[in-house]
Design a protein around this ligand. Structure first.
Ligand SMILES: Nc1ncnc2c1ncn2[C@@H]1O[C@H](COP(=O)(O)OP(=O)(O)OP(=O)(O)O)[C@@H](O)[C@H]1O
Ligand SMILES: [Mg+2]
Length: 220
């Protein structure tokens, strides 16, 4: 299975500004792709389109053989909930929920949170957060919060993991831990990882790099 884009472009506003131009790429199963480029080059926009969070203005996205634009909004929603995990630069944990409850948010949406409780606890342990399940985000360090956010992205066993500068707010030790977690998921759980990063060392750890200049893929 794979994610394919066919000649996608994206424009914003009136008059339209083009932020992605004619992007065609294929991301096969178990790939580990980094998306790089200067600020404003279109990295986040491309990640959001690849992950169905945003639509392309032109062109076609095919994920696991299905054309996204031909799916109903409910189908896209279910697809995203079942197959995709997301990690962002800011963790977006809900401040009034504990670490454990935050991890179970995606499971709650489809009412499988009871069944996923053991998995959530196992993820907490795996990410060195054992015993911190009842802490609120404000009672955790930045690195711990980001690991909770990663655990949340994994609770539904996604096939694809999308990360937009997941190390952007972390020091190098915590940043390295996050990248190690992603690499491990790619190598041992066959997950496809697509990561936007500014860090050349992290970009180089991916199997493949997609470099954007002014919305165009110049290197892949
Ligand atoms: N919703 C929007 N409306 C209008 N313009 C937008 C919108 N989202 C992004 N843009 C513009 O599209 C261009 C690409 O934005 P994008 O967020 O993809 O860049 P980026 O490569 O992720 O940058 P950064 O490294 O700063 O996060 C920018 O010029 C931005 O201002
Ligand atoms: Mg961005």
């Amino acid at each position: 299975m794979s994610i394919e884009t066919h000649h996608i472009s994206k424009t914003f506003g009136h008059p339209p500004t083009t932020v992605l131009r004619n992007v065609s790429l294929t991301i096969p199963d178990n790939d580990f792709v980094s998306i790089t480029g200067r600020s404003g080059s279109g990295k986040s926009t491309l990640l959001y389109i690849l992950s169905t969070l945003d639509n392309a203005t032109e062109g076609k996205i095919v994920i696991d053989g299905e054309t996204v634009s031909a799916m109903t909004p409910q189908e896209v929603h279910r697809f995203r909930n079942q197959k995709m995990g997301f990690v962002f630069q800011f963790h977006y944990l809900l401040p009034e929920l504990t670490a454990l409850e935050n991890i179970l948010i995606p499971a709650r949406k489809t009412k499988v949170h009871e069944a996923k409780r053991e998995k959530a606890l196992a993820l907490l342990e795996k990410f060195d957060l054992k015993g911190k399940d009842h802490r609120l985000p404000s009672q955790l360090s930045g690195g711990e919060q980001q690991r909770v956010a990663i655990a949340r992205s994994l609770i539904m066993d996604p096939q694809y993991l999308f990360a937009d500068e997941p190390t952007g707010n972390l020091d190098s030790v915590n940043g390295d831990t996050v990248i190690k977690i992603l690499k491990d998921l790619n190598e041992h759980e066959n997950m496809t990882i697509i990561i936007v990063t500014h860090d050349p060392d992290y970009a180089a750890m991916a199997k493949r790099r997609i470099h954007l200049v002014d919305g165009e893929v110049v290197d892949q």
